[in-house]
Design a protein around this ligand. Structure first.
Ligand code: THU
Length: 139
């Protein structure tokens, strides 16, 4: 993946932090999901007074894209931090990794964890979800 594209994804994910609805945890997360045709779907976390209906930023981005007919993805960038200030890498929760497993090739899908445009790490989905259970297991 080109450096320029990584920078765009990081900046786009950071720009989502103000939209995160986090009255309970104060932990804001932003995501930028790159489709195979080069467009970007954004997401933020959306909390709920009943707690469990909370939706993570990553799933918000995936569900926005899938609900518009997009099912092929290249990469996702994730940023997060208390009060919307990223200080450490924010890794996707297990539920979000499983949603990625539904739509992405674990060998090639790139997960970019970022703090700012100069500090980021890239993993494949397979690295973050080894031996994942996915659609192929049911075919
Ligand atoms: N959260 C995300 O949005 N993505 C992650 O990868 C980790 C956790 C959210 C859920 C909740 O709103 C807050 O962060 C604290 O768990």
């Amino acid at each position: 993946m080109e450096k320029k594209q990584i920078q765009v994804l990081i900046e786009t994910a950071l720009a989502q932090l103000p939209f995160a609805y986090t009255p309970y945890s104060g932990f804001k997360v932003g995501a930028a999901l790159l489709t195979k045709d080069g467009s970007i779907y954004t997401g933020c976390n959306i909390e709920n007074a009943a707690y469990t209906p909370t939706n993570c930023a990553e799933r918000t981005a995936f569900f926005k894209a899938v609900s518009e007919g997009i099912r092929e993805f290249q990469a996702i960038c994730i940023v997060g931090g208390k009060d919307g200030v990223p200080a450490e890498y924010t890794a996707p929760c297990g539920v979000c990794r499983q949603v990625m497993m539904e739509f992405c090739d674990p060998d090639t899908f790139q997960i970019i964890l970022a703090i700012d445009p100069d500090r980021y790490k890239i993993y494949t989905l397979k690295e973050l979800l080894p031996m994942g259970f996915g659609p192929l297991n049911l075919s």
